[in-house]
Design a protein around this ligand. Structure first.
Ligand code: DQA
Length: 158
């Protein structure tokens, strides 16, 4: 069965208490619970993983094809602006990726304006807080359904 993988990078485990004026009041646990529920309503399993360590995120990305991950939803946190290694991991596995940010990095400090992921993502969602994850799950499910002949037939006949 095709799965979705929701990956969150450094400091996102602190959501809820971390700079709530920028990142909102929702915890990562709450965001993940909602994402799992939304995906399951659309008929997909969603697996969540957060790490503060670049090598652990790379390992999860490398495992994605063997774990039947069809779309990766990724908030790389500060690694967005620094990590060629994570970019290379995404490129290596050929799993479509949606980049998510709670804040809008383009409207913040200069050093946040460069992303190593935006040009290799199928889409980028930023600036909508926790809602961005819900939008990403919907987009990911739509992307998977569009590539699934059985679902295409079901849609065409409804
Ligand atoms: C972030 C934006 C990054 O610049 C920052 O380093 C984060 C969170 C966001 O979700 O808005 O850790 O990815």
């Amino acid at each position: 069965m095709t799965r979705l993988l929701l990956l969150n990078g450094p400091n996102l485990n602190l959501l809820g208490t971390r700079e709530p004026g920028i990142y909102g009041a929702q915890t990562l646990e709450g965001i993940e619970r909602r994402a799992v529920q939304l995906a399951s309503e659309q008929g997909f399993e969603l697996v969540c993983f957060q790490s503060n360590a670049e090598h652990e995120l790379i390992a999860r990305i490398q495992q994605a094809p063997a774990q039947s991950v069809g779309v990766l939803i990724f908030n790389p946190g500060a690694f967005t602006h620094t990590s060629i290694a994570l970019r290379d991991a995404v490129l290596a596995v050929h799993v479509p990726m949606i980049e998510v940010h709670l804040s809008n990095p383009q409207a913040r400090e200069e050093f946040r304006r460069r992303s190593y992921f935006s040009d290799i993502a199928i889409g980028v969602i930023s600036g909508f807080g926790a809602l961005g994850y819900e939008l990403a799950v919907r987009a990911a499910c739509g992307h998977l359904a569009a590539g699934d002949p059985a679902r295409q037939r079901a849609r065409a006949s409804s």
